[in-house]
Design a protein around this ligand. Structure first.
Ligand SMILES: N[C@@H](CCC(=O)N[C@@H](CS)C(=O)NCC(=O)O)C(=O)O
Length: 223
């Protein structure tokens, strides 16, 4: 089926963690796509806050995903990911590993935990480490502690599979959501020394062909 597909357009930024999640899913399913890279400015032609991109995503953030095969446009990485799963993961290769009511809720829980908590806390840690115009040690310590708290929760979960996958059984889009954020731990000034299962999981994720290909395409080079 994939051979007859028109390539999807993934709107991305070379260094932001959210677009690459979607690229990993597209790679895992062998869906053809092209990457359109934007900067974070309000330039009308090149920036995520400019008039061209705001027509695609009025929230001015990447990822956004355009699918010429269906005419559907999505944005927010959770919505893009779920669109890709609903339309293209017909064999459930990357969706919930189990089908019980509890397993389906577990899938949602961990996806939402990344989207609402670990991702934003890491993002704020990055902000107060690298970008905030004045030094704000209180805010930095607060977000660092919150990110480490999320690592504690993730470590406990990964112990269940010995660091193989966040949901025991197999890798799923939940792992794809977490990978780019946890990968940023050094950039955020954080250490994984106390997190052996997270460390093992990251090494295993890093070795996957879909992950490596996704980074190559989104960043325009290797990781
Ligand atoms: N909740 C959104 C976050 C999207 C987001 O913050 N994307 C970043 C790049 S990773 C961005 O576009 N930042 C531009 C800006 O902050 O102006 C998602 O999960 O897609």
């Amino acid at each position: 089926m994939n051979a007859h597909l028109e390539p999807l357009t993934l709107h991305a930024h070379a260094s932001g963690p959210n677009p690459v999640k979607i690229a990993i899913a597209l790679e895992a399913l062998h869906i053809p796509y092209k990457v359109k890279s934007w900067d974070f400015s309000d330039d009308p032609n090149t920036g995520v806050k400019g008039t061209s991109f705001l027509k695609i995503n009025e929230n001015g953030r990447v990822p956004a995903l355009e699918d010429p095969n269906t005419g559907v446009v999505s944005w927010e990485s959770g919505a893009c990911m779920n669109y890709v799963r609903r339309v293209y993961d017909v064999g459930n290769m990357i969706g919930p590993p189990g089908g019980s009511a509890q397993e389906l809720v577990d899938f949602d829980k961990w996806e939402y935990f990344l989207l609402t908590t670990l991702g934003p806390m890491t993002g704020q840690t990055n902000w107060f480490t690298h970008y905030h115009p004045t030094k704000n040690e209180d805010a930095l310590q607060r977000y660092r502690a919150q990110t480490y708290r999320c690592y504690d929760v993730l470590e406990q979960q990964l112990e269940k599979s010995g660091g193989e996958s966040i949901l025991p059984g197999r890798v799923s889009t939940v792992d794809f959501h977490f990978e780019p954020w946890v990968r940023q731990h050094k950039f955020a000034g954080l250490s994984l020394d106390n997190y052996p299962c997270i460390t093992r999981w990251l090494v295993l994720m890093d070795a996957r062909e879909d992950v490596q290909e996704a980074y190559c395409k989104v960043k325009g080079k290797g990781k």
